[in-house]
Design a protein around this ligand. Structure first.
Ligand SMILES: Nc1nc2c(ncn2[C@@H]2O[C@H](COP(=O)(O)OP(=O)(O)OP(=O)(O)O)[C@@H](O)[C@H]2O)c(=O)[nH]1
Ligand SMILES: [Mg+2]
Length: 240
């Protein structure tokens, strides 16, 4: 018998406690974890699930530019690493490689170059060795979706279908920006007010965590399941 859980208990027991407290209080959650463990992604997921979340035009512009730089930066990392591994001599699409070196944003031409490079055996070989260097996990999702993302009307239409909105939400989830400083956002879930405190997980950001420990209801420590086999961004030669 478990003394701490009443026999009649189910989720309702906890919900009643939470609701009772929530009448007067806001439940404060501090999200902790190393850089890229998924703290901001967890918050984005909650926003999509419970916040009736729809991106405004200016948010879309911002997200689009984050996605474009995620794609260009990470394909450039793959190419540099392919070279480092001594595999670049066997690349077929050398023009695409040259184009990527200069690319700052994404258009249909750059999109086609990324499609060609992503299909190369040596780039796939480099990707499969990604535990030896730092590259964004979600880059594969963007490379797989590059034809859609490099279209001129991507996140840039007069109106959006339900399918567009669903795909953009997914893209938004995978878009990666490092959190700097501390971000506080409020969300109401089943009539309970939550305040999420999202901090940066990079080593340089961790000194900002301390002031929050005394004022939160819950500390959520976020860990990525793929961390066992990925490199530390601050020190790409070291395994997390
Ligand atoms: N493949 C995969 N990628 C994920 C998943 N969840 C999150 N990611 C990716 O992992 C990365 C997590 O990044 P963030 O959520 O910004 O990490 P963070 O902990 O807020 O990082 P800092 O702000 O630097 O402390 C993003 O690129 C996400 O797209 C998942 O379930 N699968
Ligand atoms: Mg973050």
């Amino acid at each position: 018998m478990n003394l701490f859980v009443p026999e009649t208990s189910d989720d309702k027991y906890l919900q009643n406690i939470l609701k009772g407290r929530a009448q007067e209080h806001t439940i404060k959650l501090l999200l902790l974890g190393i850089g890229e463990s998924g703290k901001s992604t967890l918050f984005k997921q909650l926003k999509i699930l419970y916040g009736d979340y729809e991106m405004s035009d200016s948010e879309m512009e911002e997200v689009r530019s984050v996605i474009f730089s995620n794609i260009v930066d990470n394909m450039q990392i793959l190419l540099a690493q392919c070279n480092e591994f001594g595999l670049s001599g066997e690349l077929i699409h050398t023009d695409a490689w040259k184009m990527l070196r200069r690319a700052a944003t994404i258009d249909e031409e750059i999109g086609a170059a990324i499609t060609s490079l992503w299909s190369e055996t040596k780039i796939q070989e480099t990707w499969n060795r990604r535990s030896e260097f730092f590259v964004l996990d979600s880059a594969a999702y963007f490379f797989d979706n590059i034809a859609r993302i490099s279209a001129p009307d991507y996140m840039n239409k007069c109106s959006y279908s339900d399918q567009d909105k669903k795909q953009y939400q997914q893209d938004f989830l995978y878009a990666r920006t490092q959190t700097k400083n501390v971000h506080v956002e409020r969300l109401k879930i089943n009539d309970i007010r939550f305040e999420f405190i999202d901090v940066g997980g990079q080593k340089s950001e961790r000194r900002r965590w301390i002031p929050f420990f005394g004022h939160v209801t819950v500390v959520l420590f976020v860990v990525s399941l793929s961390d066992f086999d990925t490199a530390v961004p601050e020190n790409p030669g070291i395994n997390r």
